[in-house]
Design a protein around this ligand. Structure first.
Ligand code: K1U
Ligand code: ZN
Length: 164
């Protein structure tokens, strides 16, 4: 039975922790991935990083399908930007910053490498929302948040609102 996990909310300092590489591909990793997917579906998200549930390891889950039937797990993801001039803009949300969204510009040609739950390595050149979402989730693994892309004045306003 999957468990709903508590999502840390900005400005919780634990969201600033840099996540560690996964080295053990065992049943407890699989359970965490399943619990994260359950939490993501319950909160109507399209992605979730382990950092957001206070587990500081390099694990991301995602489902970009309209039918919500395409769960994906990315372990130890890494990407390289293939073209610094090719950019995409998207109105992003964040489950750790409820009620806030912002247009963020990111590179849209990347090559992504990751491991699956068995430890097998994969490489792909993703398109569209997957490119955006993977960068958003990998920012979480580095302790970086969407609010770091906006002005300090706006960031402070959001902090005050969420601290209330
Ligand atoms: O990591 C998170 O906080 C989850 C976040 C992922 C994300 C959404 C949009 C762009 C990049 C990354 C969310 O799922 S926010 C809520 C949401 O479901 C959503 C927001 C905008 C478009 C589509 C979905
Ligand atoms: Zn987020």
């Amino acid at each position: 039975m999957a468990e709903k996990l508590k999502i840390l909310k900005f400005p919780d300092p634990r969201l600033r922790t840099v996540a560690e590489k996964v080295t053990k591909f065992d049943k407890s990793l699989e359970k965490l991935a399943n619990d994260m997917l359950y939490t993501m579906y319950e909160d109507n998200g399209i992605g979730l990083a382990a950092s957001q549930v206070d587990r500081h390891i390099r694990l991301i889950v995602m489902d970009l399908s309209e039918e919500r039937n395409d769960p994906r797990v990315f372990i130890n993801p890494e990407y390289k930007i293939l073209d610094n001039e090719s950019l995409a803009s998207f109105e992003e949300g964040c489950l750790s910053i409820p009620g806030f969204s912002e247009e963020i510009i990111r590179p849209d040609k990347i090559e992504l490498t990751w491991q699956d739950l068995e430890g097998k390595t994969h490489t792909d050149r993703p398109n569209g929302l997957l490119t955006i979402c993977i960068q958003h989730e990998m920012d979480h693994l580095e302790g970086k948040l969407m609010v770091d892309y906006i002005s300090p004045i706006k960031r402070d306003r959001i902090r005050k609102k969420l601290q209330k």
